[in-house]
Design a protein around this ligand. Sequence first.
Ligand SMILES: *[C@@H]1O[C@H](CO)[C@@H](O)[C@H](O)[C@H]1NC(C)=O
Ligand SMILES: *[C@@H]1O[C@H](CO)[C@@H](O)[C@H](O)[C@H]1NC(C)=O
Ligand SMILES: *[C@@H]1O[C@H](CO)[C@@H](O)[C@H](O)[C@H]1NC(C)=O
Length: 550
Amino acid sequence: MAAKTSFFLLIAITTCLITSSTSQTPAYRGRWRLLKRNIGISAMHMALLPNDKIIVFDRTSFGPSNLTLPQAKCHIDSTISDNCFAHSVEFDLSNRAVRPLTILTDTWCSSGALSSSGVLVQTGGFEAGELVVRYFQPCAGCDWVENPNGLIAPRWYSSNQVLPDGRIIVVGGRLEFSYEFIPKSSKQNPQLYKLPFLEQTRYSAKVPNNLYPFLHLSPDGNLFIFANDRAILLDYASGIVVRQFPTMPDGNGAVSRNYPSTGSSALLPIFLSRNDTVTRDAVVLVCGGTASDANVKASAGEYVVATRSCGRISITEEKPEWEMEEMPVERVMGDMILLPTGDVLIINGARKGTAGWDVAREPVLYPVLYRTGRDAKTRFEILSPSIIPRLYHSTAHLLPDGRVLVGGSNPNRNYNFSTVYPTELSLETFYPPYLNTKSRPLITNVEPGKEMAYKQRISVRFRSSSKESFNGGGVYVTMVAPSFTTHSFAMNQRLLVLDVGEVMSREKESNEYVVEGHAPPTPAVAPPGYYLLFVVVHGAPSRGMWIRIK
Ligand SMILES: *[C@@H]1O[C@H](CO)[C@@H](O)[C@H](O)[C@H]1NC(C)=O
Ligand SMILES: *[C@@H]1O[C@H](CO)[C@@H](O)[C@H](O)[C@H]1NC(C)=O
Ligand SMILES: *[C@@H]1O[C@H](CO)[C@@H](O)[C@H](O)[C@H]1NC(C)=O
């Protein structure tokens, strides 16, 4: 029925969005810049706050880092040999300053999300940290505040998603086949919700291949959960699995997509319509990963080549099927980052081995661009390589100015600078090809932090020196939710293409234009909170402006 038709419509629209970047030299493949050689710690977990600060942390059980805490902040923790080292920092994008932050309990392999009020919420970790919920307010001089019993169940390798009511759902973890909410809805409802799917999808108890499950909030309000090679749609309020999706081909025990056979996943752009009764299609993309037994083999010294395959599936269609396609390079531990244009950047990772201590080989230094709207044959484009391997415990994050921040990589049990893949303390930025233009648009009427109500009429003004006409379209307004990135998964990442009308000229001399349209219709489509608002003109995005929808 209508679902199928609108799925193809989605492809048609995305094609216009993506293929309109004729102002760039086709051969240009983006470039890399070292942003900071040493931030003192290794960027295992990364989040962007609405004040343009990056919060980074790794694990307190790494032992000494390369950054000491101020004397007054030295803490006591039996799991740390020397307790005066920082394992979290605030990185200021405006001046590259690093401020050491204090974490008291272990955040190793944990999860997080930016709450709807703009506070970074971190959940779980290792040993003394496994039940802890930590909060970081985006303000000058602020530090982590820890709630030692914030979780009901221990969460190590879990995933998070912000929900339409503003709560954060925390799903899974090692040997934890359940989920729970932050904050607790009420004293009457503190229970754990069982999720047998997480037990059913394990490859084995020792090599689960379903940790850090991929979560995406469907526009119908249910939660899409992908683990290993299978996926469900969960009505999280009742705990009922409302749909089971087909097993991803290549699966059936052969290829796994989650930790430690780590692939990645992103929810492709959601196109909004002012008429919110119209079906909104949501398509999930899963790329990379490796043979289900690759971790066992790597531990025995045999480094299996990762998969090239990606699959995409419309999670809102009635009878969805996986459409399979192939990346130009095999990749395990790649990050998938949504760019403001609606394309996906696949970056970091290795060609052989798996996630885990020293079990990956042949770093893949080339990012790959996935042009969402093109057909499967021309969709992938290999971009310029970095010189720094980013293996296990590396991260990537979209920045407000359209660059992509890359950091971390520490496949070693502590900070070790003499291994084949040493502990990496640097931050780099990748400039996607769309930044190679002299005519980036500039949004002129959105103050940072501007509030937006659902369905509200909006008007976005921008300057553009683009010589191309807007008659045939070519102008999009997109909203991107900032992610919490760790272990190759950008949690809570989401991109909405707003419903806007024709571009109108406002002032000829200053090349100012205006588009009018509507804010997202419902919190299921756009959970409340902070987003970066971009105008994309003929493939070139503006700088993103922070807005808050509530
Ligand atoms: C970190 O500290 C170690 C030990 O002091 C030193 O050898 C290493 O060069 C430092 N790393 C960086 C990137 O500065
Ligand atoms: C919205 O779309 C539905 C289904 O196509 C249609 O029946 C309805 O009249 C539309 N409403 C408005 C306000 O356009
Ligand atoms: C670093 O790793 C190498 C190779 O595994 C090991 O021999 C060495 O002892 C490690 N150094 C430290 C400081 O842990």
